[in-house]
Design a protein. Structure first.
Length: 325
């Protein structure tokens, strides 16, 4: 899976920032201990210098490297245990002089035993989605902005229940267990607005979301497939925690777009990665527009949510509102 240089640079810069913050916090704590608790500071210096001191002492005399390592480890262990006990007694906490890396596994280097650490791949996913989403015109909104009073009285209760259901979906999202969703309804009934609320909630919770219109997604995939662009949209929409495809059915349908849609659906469903699709098409129209394999996956693997009412964009424009629905 390839990522643009800008994405790799952004991920590596964040790793560097994490390392620097962890080290700066350690140095601040060490300075405090140096001033207030000199005996603990001496122990910390002893821990730092043990390796070099014993290495010179043992190996300089032609000693056994394995024996040197064993003694170094024993000496360090004793010093660290004593240091932790003193820190706890003084009320600082046993780990006050520990460097607290964001990722203890790789110590914020991004690599473990020569392989990319999960924290690094997560950063690549995050910045790839951020780069992709920054090029789109869809603005993110909050669930607090959703109002049922813009809907006709006949559907206010129904739409209010939809909002609560989808807010709960976003707030309790899990990459492993969350179901894929299909938002169905006529033009201007609020599907894109609610999708943007879900995207914003998940992003604030640390999830990686790729939010694209079907038209834009297929255009990018086609350009990349035929060498007209050097980006890798497929990598992002394959790896993100939630893929949101807005306005499915508005794209120009070709053999390529149909094959691409099937592959995306199939890959994410098989990998148990959820999708959210909004469409103006009815279930019957989806069946007519797409082949049986696509229809089967949408019908069998998505939970439908029906948006009702007339085009509230027109109603709101008449009332002087420019809200993005």
């Amino acid at each position: 899976m390839g990522y643009p240089k800008e994405v790799i640079d952004a991920a590596q810069n964040e790793l560097t920032e994490r390392q620097q913050k962890a080290q700066e916090k350690y140095e601040q704590n060490l300075m405090l201990i140096r001033i207030k608790e000199p005996e603990i500071y001496e122990l910390e210096q002893q821990v730092r210098n043990t390796f070099f001191k014993l290495s010179l002492q043992i190996l300089g005399k032609g000693g056994n490297p394995q024996e040197a390592l064993r003694q170094i480890e024993q000496e360090n262990r004793r010093s660290q245990e004593l240091e932790r006990r003193f820190l706890k007694e003084k009320g600082y906490g046993e780990d006050f002089l520990t460097v607290h890396y964001f990722c203890p596994l790789c110590k914020d280097t991004g690599a473990v035993e020569g392989k990319n650490c999960k924290c690094y791949t997560d950063l690549l996913k995050k910045y790839a989605a951020k780069q992709l989403n920054s090029l789109l015109s869809i603005k993110l909104h909050s669930f607090d902005e959703l109002k049922t009073d813009i809907y006709p009285d006949s559907v206010k209760t129904k739409m209010g229940n939809n909002f609560l259901y989808l807010k709960n979906y976003a707030e309790n999202f899990s990459c492993e267990t969350t179901q894929s969703m299909l938002l169905i309804g006529g033009t201007g009934t609020g599907k894109t607005l609610v999708s943007s609320c879900i995207a914003k909630t998940l992003t604030e919770h640390g999830y990686v979301v790729a939010f694209m219109s079907a038209f834009e997604m297929f255009k990018r995939l086609e350009n990349e497939n035929f060498g007209r662009a050097d980006t890798d949209t497929l990598a992002t929409i394959s790896s993100c925690d939630l893929l949101i495809i807005d306005d499915l059915g508005a794209e120009f349908k070709t053999n390529f777009t149909e094959a691409a849609l099937y592959n995306i659906l199939n890959q994410r469903i098989n990998n148990e990665k959820p999708l959210l699709i909004s469409t103006n098409l009815s279930i019957g129209e989806i069946k007519k527009m797409y082949n049986e394999r696509i229809f089967s996956r949408i019908l069998g693997c998505f939970t439908p949510v029906k948006f009702e009412g007339r085009d509230i964009r027109i109603d709101m424009k008449m009332k002087g509102s420019n809200a993005n629905i």
